[in-house]
Design a binder for this molecule. Structure first.
Ligand SMILES: [Mn+2]
Length: 405
């Protein structure tokens, strides 16, 4: 059986207010073709299907067009879970209808763990899938009884591990004939490297989930949330596929991937990363103004179908406003967009005010950056009070979940 693992499509995502619909659409077309040509039997999508809880009509059209065409590729099963960006109600609304088309959707943690477990058979080969979505604190906390103060600190992590343990137990109970067991997940697992485009998921004071926290019994764990493809704690079978296209300038230089997993006779016998074509050149140039302009001309001259997007990092110490004008004048004549101009030494020199002033859009600044700068301004020693940062993340998560709901 051939299984394709992907995640973090973020349909509807915009990079600094530029629509990324073209690369989203090109990726989905490529994926359909890849599935067809490589005889993929099952598709797993581990969360963050949409960028927001209320996706645009175009975003939804991309999703449903993809699912309709998936039926013609030879792919027999699909399992889709909700991420922290997805509104459970949006994903779950067509759940029963999609189920009739062998597309299994779990938008949020279910009341009964068995509803997250799928026992599937493809061409006579059986497999068990634990489709664990992003676990919201309020969805799983009910599982924790009579908390001590230490347990309260750690309750989210405890509840999270308990959820996976219950899922593993449930899989084991129905595994009568040595079938492979695959889990999905949308969470931050320790050892992973982040980019600027993931929202921080608060996981309690006492630490994050590590590879060793997953209960034994899963032959492969298909994770979403981190946007760079990577394994967790050096374990080949616990991995993030990463997002299939670039969601932030901080992801420059890393290939975008999907993962293909092959099973036979109840075992995983091959795990392979497949590089997704880069549909848009998103890059960074740095140097003096003249130097940057020369590099921009080079990018313009390279063959491209979608307009390249560039971040310019200036190494001069002159006034940004003046240099910014020169860069934009040069860029106007070229087939590319300069989305961001920054000074190389900005972070050393700038306080919060300057950062806000120099950012072209408030979205360029993360809430964490603002919080850290604000603490610095107030001479608050965050390094020696890490619980303050945890408290901040906890509040931020509640705010972001309410926004997405
Ligand atoms: Mn994501």
């Amino acid at each position: 059986m051939k299984i394709l693992h992907t995640s973090d499509w973020h349909l509807g995502h915009r990079l600094l207010e530029q629509s990324q619909q073209e690369e989203q659409s090109l990726f989905l077309d490529w994926l359909l073709e890849y599935i067809r040509q490589n005889n993929i039997d099952m598709l797993l999508v581990s969360g963050d299907i949409f960028d927001t809880g209320v996706p645009s009509a175009q975003g939804q059209k991309l999703y449903y067009d993809f699912l309709i065409h998936l039926r013609d590729t030879g792919c027999k099963e699909a399992v889709i879970t909700g991420g922290n960006h997805d509104a459970p109600s949006t994903l779950n609304a067509p759940k029963e209808l999609l189920n009739a088309l062998s597309i299994r959707v779990v938008g949020k943690a279910t009341e009964n763990i068995e509803e997250e477990i799928f026992h599937l058979a493809i061409n006579g080969e059986k497999i068990i899938v634990a489709a664990v979505p992003y676990l919201r604190d309020q969805d799983i906390r009910r599982a924790v009884a009579s908390e001590s103060s230490e347990e309260i600190n750690n309750r989210y992590k405890t509840a999270l591990i308990r959820h996976y343990t219950e899922a593993a137990d449930c899989c084991r109970a129905i595994n009568t004939s040595g079938m492979p067991i695959i889990a999905l997940g949308h969470l931050f697992a320790l050892g992973g490297s982040t980019s600027e485009s993931e929202q921080t998921i608060y996981v309690g004071n006492l630490g994050d989930i590590g590879a060793e926290d997953f209960p034994p019994g899963f032959d492969y764990i298909a994770l979403g949330h981190l946007h760079r493809a990577q394994t967790v704690g050096g374990k080949e079978h616990i991995r993030y596929s990463g997002s299939p296209y670039m969601l932030s300038f901080s992801e420059i230089g890393a290939d975008k991937k999907v993962v293909v997993v092959e099973t036979s006779e109840g075992k995983i016998n091959k795990i392979e990363e497949v590089v997704v074509p880069r549909f848009r050149n998103i890059c960074r140039v740095s140097g003096t103004v003249e130097n940057c302009i020369r590099q921009l001309e080079k990018i313009d001259a390279e063959y491209h179908t979608l307009t390249p997007w560039v971040e310019v990092v200036l190494e001069d110490e002159q006034e940004l406003a003046f240099e910014y004008k020169e860069i934009s004048r040069a860029a106007e004549a070229l087939d590319l967009e300069v989305l961001k101009v920054t000074l190389k030494n900005e972070h050393r020199r700038e306080g919060l005010e300057r950062l806000v002033e120099n950012a072209r859009d408030i979205k360029e600044i993360t809430p964490e950056e603002v919080f850290r700068l604000k603490c610095k301004e107030q001479d608050f020693d965050l390094d020696n009070r890490p619980e303050m940062l945890n408290a901040f993340f906890e509040i931020l998560q509640v705010v972001q979940e309410n926004e997405n709901a």
